[in-house]
Design a protein around this ligand. Structure first.
Ligand code: 5GP
Length: 180
């Protein structure tokens, strides 16, 4: 059953509290400005909802889908944009809202693509950050939680497209994966 998967790393209450704190930072940083929130599909859906409902700055919303992972836990290293945002980004503040930054490979590619559209600024807000796994110079401006080198699932994050619905962040160990 989905609710028995893995061990809990962060509860929904932990995440809601952190999302509110980060939204307050964003409100301060973008005071008087408009921000385009760019939700990275599919993993960021729950996190962006928690952050955006606490934002008081003017926002617009769009979606992007980019991936370097298939049905496995390791990156293929090849990034593909599968869904491109339609919104006009010229001279706008873009805040990319991400589920997790691991090597930074995917987001680095995405940010380079966004820069081609002439935005005023581009920043990153991620729910989880695995700084120890970074192989790029990708910097996350707003970080929900800094985590160790774990494979996390839940609260939007999947394993083989499953477990996104878990209302908490959990992690899988080798034994768990073998029994799935
Ligand atoms: P990166 O390009 O930074 O190595 O990987 C970014 C993407 O890999 C994330 O957006 C996410 O889709 C996936 N990913 C990286 N680490 C994890 C993890 O621990 N759990 C899950 N479910 N996906 C991950």
């Amino acid at each position: 059953m989905a609710d028995k998967i893995g061990k809990i790393l962060y509860t929904q209450d932990d995440i809601l509290k952190r999302a509110k704190e980060i939204a307050e930072e964003i409100n301060r940083d973008y005071d008087g400005e408009e921000v385009i929130l760019l939700c990275t599909l599919k993993g960021s859906l729950l996190w962006i909802g928690d952050v955006m409902k606490n934002l008081t700055v003017n926002t617009k919303l769009d979606f992007i889908s980019a991936s370097s992972y298939g049905a496995s836990k390791t990156s293929s290293g090849v990034v593909k944009i599968k869904f491109d945002p339609e919104i006009n980004m010229y001279n706008s503040n873009i805040l990319v809202v991400e589920d997790i930054v691991d090597t930074g490979n995917t987001l680095k590619y995405v940010l380079a693509k966004l820069q081609e559209r002439g935005p005023k600024s581009v920043k990153v807000c991620t729910m989880l950050n695995k700084e120890s796994r970074r192989t790029t110079d990708l910097h996350a401006d707003y970080v929900g939680f800094e985590i160790d080198d774990l494979f996390v699932i839940g609260y939007g994050l999947d394993f083989d497209q499953k477990y996104r619905n878990l209302p908490y962040i959990s992690y899988l160990e080798e034994d768990d994966v073998e029994s799935l």
